[in-house]
Write a protein that binds this ligand. Structure first.
Ligand code: ADP
Ligand code: MG
Length: 773
């Protein structure tokens, strides 16, 4: 903080000079900064002047001069910190300072946030200030999330100095950018600087589900039913054990499975599919809960539930066959399972940025995890005005009926004075109960239960008006500014009534933060019941019993401790899940890096020299000979036909099959000839290089996509092995490495195959036509 304050002083010192400039002079500074940067001056050095200039631009264009605390936070963001700034303190404006400074490099500064609504709002509201200063600004999302940009449009977007987008749009773009077939289709530039708004939500809440791009449908397995049937016959603690969210077969259970399927060793590679389906079924039955993790939609489909909002997740399926296993458990038709073509976790994705910063109203509570996973430190920025909101102690009730009644009584009492009330629930279903109770009281109100950020924002914006009554889940409309209507300050500002213990402390602070923005008055109270989901799950029911019979509000300090403990347990489970997701992705991350680099080299015009092709071909031949110690004439002919040439040569019959080096020399001679034929037919060296590049890329992509898909399936399979004696992560990594080695062999084989067996020709316009084998 002391360092940041020193820097703040320097910015303030430059402010009067900036204020005295004409618009043209101020705008002219951008080119000067850029020139100084090009000459080698660092951004740190430029910071005081650039920040002061941007502050002045913010004032002239947007009518807001950043407060000192905002400048302070801006410096922290430039330095790559995670800045905690209370809700309503003006994070959007704050970001313009480090975005401008880092945008000066011309290498792109990206700001990601939670949803399309916020990205578009911030791009259009802050955009004019950057544009005034001569930087280009683009939004990377459209209002309708299904309406996607073409690659050419994306290229224009990512060329901009400043880009506002969402974390998922950017993550998917990264994956898509690495699936393109030619250099001109790529649209991303190397990553430079990123600010993550609502960082706890993006970095933590979104982190346990990786981004996945699906490809072609997989051949449907018929093992789901038999595995489902088998799992129904199992006994807990005999055949399997459960602990928290983990379940695994005991050795007795594995023995039983071997008998059931009539096989000798279930861990043998040929039974991998059986084993995998058993684990999927076991998880579907024993740890994945209906009602909390998924529900059956009206259309009769398994729909996942978003833990933080209680909503159905649209179009999201569990990976690796888990979704199908649940469908089977529920007796529904099994839906099509698609292959995964590319995937990445947010943790690993964001770590690829040379410089990353984040901001949120509620991030301090997760500082340890954020440091561990991202290596990022949190700084807490003081508020501009002292906080006026009154945060009252929780009320505890024995059951949900009394809890809801108390919430309504409190809401009515506040409402009668005209004070606006926002009732925040943990689950979407609770918003409906509250809404019914309010209707009984004849209180007009708005309920936020649609899955649409634009619509929600419009409603929640109005929650601060006199007499307003709004019901929402804690995450609904996050990031939307709730301004107080006239006369509301005098009534005590917005009143927040929280119903139920939230999943984590961040969600609760987020809910309270809806009120008391920028030194406004406000009120908040949470009303908790021992029947709250999280309390029931995280506590010992016996311990709770003695409190349950009471009729009235419970005000025992012990109960507070129990309930808080339950919430902590839930957070720890969440944190463990996120770490596991990251650890699983680490292997993929290393492999992904290698593969993407190889692809990039090829896309950028790299090729494989003739000698290298021959060397790969030779390795393949050696591999083939190792695999066929007793080589027959048929083996050899097959190999030649499958890999070298479609034409049979009679002389193959005269090779001495016992003499491996003769065989090798013979095959290599055929490779040579085949290669020569190709380059003769193409005539030019350039055309040959282009052809080799396409052939190699295709071989790499095919095998890599296969590998990504395999790793996705391996993950649930490994997690079902007994966790007592085995180190799951180690096993997963060992198998992932093994499969990567196999993939390398496949790639080498297919590169040669593609080169030698493709039909290739040049037309009169020197355009290459390739038909891959
Ligand atoms: P946050 O993202 O921190 O919750 P917002 O960026 O949505 O907050 O800003 C909240 C409100 O504060 C907005 O209405 C914004 O216009 C206003 N605001 C922010 N900074 C300033 C400033 N320096 N001067 C005046 N108003 C400001
Ligand atoms: Mg915000």
């Amino acid at each position: 903080m002391r360092q940041l304050s020193k820097e703040l002083k320097k910015v303030k010192a430059k402010a009067p000079k900036m204020a005295a400039l004409t618009d043209e002079q101020l705008q002219g500074l951008t080119a000067q900064f850029q020139a100084r940067y090009k000459k080698g001056e660092s951004l740190d050095k430029l910071l005081p002047e650039a920040f002061a200039a941007m502050c002045e631009a913010d004032k002239r264009v947007l009518g807001m001069y950043p407060f000192d605390v905002q400048i302070l936070a801006g410096i922290a963001l430039h330095r790559g910190f995670l800045a905690e700034m209370n809700t309503g303190e003006g994070k959007t404006l704050t970001a313009t300072l480090p975005m401008y400074l880092n945008g000066l490099t011309g290498e792109g500064a990206i700001l990601v946030t939670n949803n399309e609504y916020l990205a578009l709002r911030d791009a259009s509201e802050m955009g004019p200030a950057y544009e005034f200063m001569g930087l280009s600004v683009k939004a990377g999302v459209k209002r309708d999330e299904d309406d996607r940009f073409e690659n050419a449009e994306k290229k224009k977007i990512y060329q901009a100095d400043i880009v506002y987008t969402t974390h998922s749009a950017l993550g998917f773009d990264y994956l898509i950018n690495n699936l393109v077939k030619s250099a001109k289709d790529r649209f991303l530039r190397p990553f430079n600087y990123i600010i993550i708004d609502e960082a706890d939500s993006v970095l933590l809440d979104s982190a346990s589900t990786p981004l996945v791009i699906s490809g072609a449908p997989r051949v449907q397995s018929n093992l789901y039913e038999s595995a489902d049937f088998f799992v129904r016959t199992l006994k807990e603690d005999v055949d399997y054990q459960v602990e928290e969210k983990n379940v695994w077969f005991t050795s007795a259970g594995l023995k039983y499975a071997e008998e059931y399927y009539g096989i000798d060793n279930i861990f043998a590679p040929e039974y991998f599919e059986i084993y995998r389906h058993l684990v999927l079924a076991l998880r579907a039955h024993k740890v994945i809960e209906k009602g909390t993790e998924y529900m059956i939609s009206e259309a009769g489909e398994v729909a996942l539930i978003d833990a933080s909002s209680g909503r159905m997740l649209k179009g999201v399926k569990l990976r690796g066959g888990q979704h199908q296993a649940i469908e089977c458990k529920e007796g529904l038709a099994i839906t099509q399972e698609n292959r995964s073509m590319a995937s990445v976790t947010y943790q690993n994705f964001f770590s690829m940025f040379p410089k990353m910063a984040g901001m949120s109203g509620t991030i301090y509570d997760a500082k340890d995890e954020l440091f561990e996973v991202y290596g990022k430190q949190v700084v807490v920025i003081p508020t501009n005005n002292p906080l006026q909101r009154v945060d009252c102690d929780d009320w505890y009730f024995s059951d949900s009926k009394k809890q809801f009644e108390a919430a309504i009584r409190l809401a009515v009492k506040k409402h009668e004075t005209g004070q606006p009330v926002l009732i925040v629930t943990t689950m979407i279903s609770d918003t409906e109960i509250i809404s019914n109770l309010l209707t009984q009281e004849e209180i007009p109100h708005s309920v936020l239960n649609a899955n649409n950020a634009f619509w929600e924002a419009e409603i929640i914006k109005e929650a601060g008006q006199m007499g307003a009554m709004t019901v929402a889940t804690s995450m609904a409309g996050r990031g939307t500014d709730i301004k107080l209507g006239p006369g509301v300050k005098e009534l005590g500002g917005l009143a927040i009534i929280g119903v139920g213990r939230m999943l984590n402390i961040r969600d609760e602070r987020q809910a309270r933060g809806r009120a008391g923005r920028q030194g406004d008055p406000g009120y908040s109270r949470f009303i908790v019941s021992l029947e709250d989901d999280i309390v029931e799950k995280g506590t010992d029911p016996e311990k709770l019993k003695k409190y349950i019979d009471g009729e009235k509000r419970i005000s025992d300090r012990r109960i507070k401790r129990i309930v808080n403990g339950a919430q902590r347990i839930n957070e720890e489970v969440g944190s463990t899940n996120r770490k596991t997701a990251k650890d699983y992705d680490i292997v993929l991350q290393l492999e992904r890096k290698l593969m993407y680099e190889t692809r990039d080299t090829l896309l950028d015009g790299g090729t494989i020299e003739r000698d290298k092709i021959k060397k790969i071909a030779e390795e393949n031949v050696e591999q083939f000979l190792r695999e066929n110690r007793k080589l027959t004439a048929t083996d050899l002919n097959r190999y030649l036909l499958d890999n070298i040439s479609y034409t049979m040569e009679k002389d193959a019959a005269f090779v001495n099959l016992k003499n491996k080096s003769r065989v090798k020399a013979y095959i290599m001679a055929r490779v040579d000839k085949s290669l020569q034929d190709k380059s003769d037919s193409l005539k030019s060296e350039n055309a040959m290089n282009d052809f080799v590049r396409v052939a190699a890329l295709s071989a790499i992509d095919e095998a890599w996509i296969e590998q990504v898909d395999y790793l996705q399936q391996l993950q649930p399979a490994v997690s079902g092995r007994s966790s007592a004696q085995r180190n799951l992560m180690f096993e997963y990594q060992a198998e992932a490495l093994e499969s990567f080695r196999k993939m390398e062999i496949t790639i080498k084989k297919n590169i040669i195959r593609n080169i030698l067996l493709s039909e290739v020709s040049l037309d009169e316009n020197h355009k290459l036509h390739i038909i891959l084998p």
